[in-house]
Design a protein around this ligand. Structure first.
Ligand SMILES: Nc1nc2c(ncn2[C@@H]2O[C@H](COP(=O)(O)OP(=O)(O)OP(=O)(O)O)[C@@H](O)[C@H]2O)c(=O)[nH]1
Ligand SMILES: [Mg+2]
Length: 331
């Protein structure tokens, strides 16, 4: 899923300006083209052309907004939850409803006003009808001013959402900062995430893909320490939601080089276990650890992987042995 292509949403005033400008430009062209000598007839023709353009331009812009926003209820649950925790979900729905309402109201008026303009038997009636029409159309657009502003805010937020391929079998890598999560991602996949010798290097989800012939497995490097959900920043929330809603398997990375106390890493491991997903343990940095320390590290009920190759082999096996996951492994 990719929200990068959501188009910029203008202000209400800007849409009114665009429509009026287009109508005026069109009218100029029509004035030179109109053959009729009858002044009233010519005015009617021009006014009808103008309102037709206003209607077309405004409804095209408003409908484009509606079409470009995904139907929220049909989004994968990960994105629905992400929207709920980064945006005002009821306001987003209300705003899309308001744009739809304005578009319909504007469309509804076109027939009535065209009849009115055609029937006008003097210039004054014509101008009054036109003025009323402009007033009402502008008022419909201005009534959704805040909704347009909110949709632009939502678009900018959603543009930065991670592009998770929710249909692929997905492995999330979790663990304390600086333990080697991104390094593991780079070892399992061709991805080239930023790897630095300090904590919180990764500030968004990193993606990589294990390719097995025509099949693919998505691997996600998830940053953050997973505090209580309310205390998490947006990136940590994304990471948690990805683990909760996208992960079919979790790889938890332990680091015994004592940057972070083992006790803290165990606490986070418990949070991950509570997600109730198949979980694998990878012990990083074993090349710089005393072998006895590596040997002594056990977790009841878990295999502790120290080799990336062994881990990769078992992860692929796990995915391919599961009929449902294996079926989803085509991009
Ligand atoms: N010696 C050794 N160093 C490693 C290993 N894995 C990671 N490192 C180093 O540990 C540091 C942190 O690695 P990252 O992969 O960036 O760790 P991370 O968990 O993604 O860190 P954040 O993104 O900050 O949470 C880097 O300096 C790595 O080079 C390993 O297996 N052996
Ligand atoms: Mg990282």
């Amino acid at each position: 899923m990719n929200f990068q292509d959501l188009e910029h949403i203008e202000t209400a005033d800007k849409y009114i300006d665009i429509a009026l400008h287009a109508a005026e430009k069109h009218a100029e062209l029509m004035r030179t083209k109109s053959k009729t000598q009858n002044k009233l007839g010519k005015s009617k023709f021009i006014e009808i052309e103008k309102i037709t353009i206003i209607n077309k331009v405004l409804t095209a812009h408003l409908n484009k907004i509606l079409e470009s926003f995904p139907s929220i209820d049909n989004l994968p649950i990960f994105y629905q939850e992400l929207i709920k925790c980064t945006l005002d979900y009821p306001m987003l729905k209300k705003s899309l409803g308001a744009v739809n309402w304005a578009s319909m109201k504007i469309t509804d008026m076109i027939e009535k006003i065209t009849v009115k303009l055609k029937m006008a038997n003097d210039q004054q009636i014509l101008y009054t009808a036109r003025k009323q029409y402009y007033g009402r159309v502008c008022s419909f657009v201005k009534q959704i001013k805040e909704n347009l502003e909110y949709l632009e805010h939502a678009r900018r937020t959603m543009k930065d959402f991670p592009a998770v391929k929710t249909s692929l079998p997905t492995i999330c890598i979790a663990g304390f900062p600086n333990v080697g999560k991104s390094t593991l991602l780079a070892r399992l996949t061709p991805a080239k995430p930023e790897i630095k010798n300090y904590a919180f290097t990764t500030k968004s989800l990193n993606f990589g893909y294990i390719t097995i012939g025509v099949k693919k497995i998505q691997v996600v490097d998830t940053p953050g320490t997973l505090n209580r959900f309310e205390k998490m920043n947006n990136i940590e929330k994304q990471a948690y939601l990805a683990m909760q809603h996208c992960a079919d398997i979790i790889v938890y990375v332990f680091d015994l080089t004592e940057q972070y106390p083992l006790e803290k890493q165990e606490q986070l491991f418990q949070v991950v276990i509570n997600l109730d997903k198949p979980t694998y343990i990878y012990l990083s940095k074993t090349d710089i650890l005393p072998p006895e320390k590596v040997k002594a590290f056990h977790k009841k009920g878990f295999v502790v992987y120290t080799s990336k190759d062994e881990l990769e082999k078992d992860l692929i096996k796990k995915v391919m042995e599961n009929k449902e996951l294996a079926k989803r492994s085509y991009d």
